[in-house]
Design a protein around this ligand. Structure first.
Ligand code: FES
Ligand code: FES
Length: 267
């Protein structure tokens, strides 16, 4: 995350919702960033919320911004229907304002972008990029909502002790120069990209843009990465090439054996 983004989040969310609301333009609608609470996660990255402890979240239509100790960004928890909750990134993809919930849609107080609270897709511009969704499960019997910050994509190898092993048998294109593979390892929870560059060199990088935290996407033809939010471009080795992002993406070490590519530092 860039220094400017860290500073923004600290300045807005560090003072709580009231502080954020005070910065809104005069033309802002009657919607504020969701109230903020601080929690800790388990060592596996799971946050457990006893919903009845949070009056802002307990009724259907309620919402809470949850700051997790040790995590760069808070998440927005919305109570979308009876016994149904959704967990999304709490930061607008347009210009990084903290988001609120009007009971039906996730709303950005700054320029009125709206998002579907269930899947995070954009329902009203100016934002054009959806919000990241986090895995969560609600137990009506205990009234505990469990949020798994490090859930992965099924079928993609997990990160174990910071190591991800990608067998060539499962990812045969990783033998080909000019290829890229991506996926979300459970135990890490964020998308990573693995490149076999044209000269045969391997590289692996994180997907979190260092400008304002959007997820970058691979450009297969150019063999680089493009951020859909403000079009910063990163090389296959994660260096910022052009655009508003100036810091490199997080980099992992990629080596190979006869059977697999091994990534280390995925934590
Ligand atoms: S920052 Fe959210 S709409 Fe502009
Ligand atoms: S979030 Fe702005 S360029 Fe990536």
């Amino acid at each position: 995350m860039s220094t400017s983004r860290r500073g923004f989040l600290k300045g807005i969310l560090g003072t709580g919702a009231a502080g954020a609301a005070a910065t809104l333009p005069a033309c802002a609608p009657d919607i504020n960033p969701a109230p903020v609470t601080d929690v800790t996660a388990s060592s596996e990255g799971v946050v457990s919320l006893l919903v009845t402890r949070y009056p802002d979240l307990e009724p259907v239509g309620g919402a809470l911004t949850v700051r997790v100790a040790g995590e760069d960004e808070p998440v927005l928890v919305t109570h979308t229907a009876k016994d149904e909750f959704s967990v999304l990134s709490s930061i607008c993809t347009h210009a990084a304002c903290p988001l609120g919930f009007d009971g039906r849609e996730v709303v950005c107080p700054c320029h009125l972008s709206k998002f579907n609270p269930v899947d995070g897709t954009v329902t009203q511009r100016p934002a054009t990029v959806g919000l990241r969704k986090f895995s969560s499960k609600y137990n009506p019997a205990t009234q505990v909502l469990s949020i798994d910050l490090r859930a992965g994509e099924s079928g993609f190898p997990a990160a174990v002790n910071g190591e991800v092993r990608l067998p060539f048998a499962q990812f045969p294109t990783l033998r080909d120069n000019g290829s890229v593979v991506d996926g979300v390892p459970s135990g890490y929870g964020k998308r990573i990209f693995v490149f076999r560059q044209e000269d045969g060199t391997l590289s692996a990088v994180d997907s979190v843009c260092t400008h304002q935290g959007c997820e970058v996407q691979a450009n297969q033809e150019e063999l680089n990465l493009v951020c859909p939010c403000h079009m910063s471009i990163f090389s296959a080795t994660g260096d910022a090439v052009s655009g508003v992002a100036t810091l490199p993406l997080k980099k992992f070490t990629a080596t190979e054996t006869a059977d697999e590519v091994v990534l280390t530092g995925v934590q």
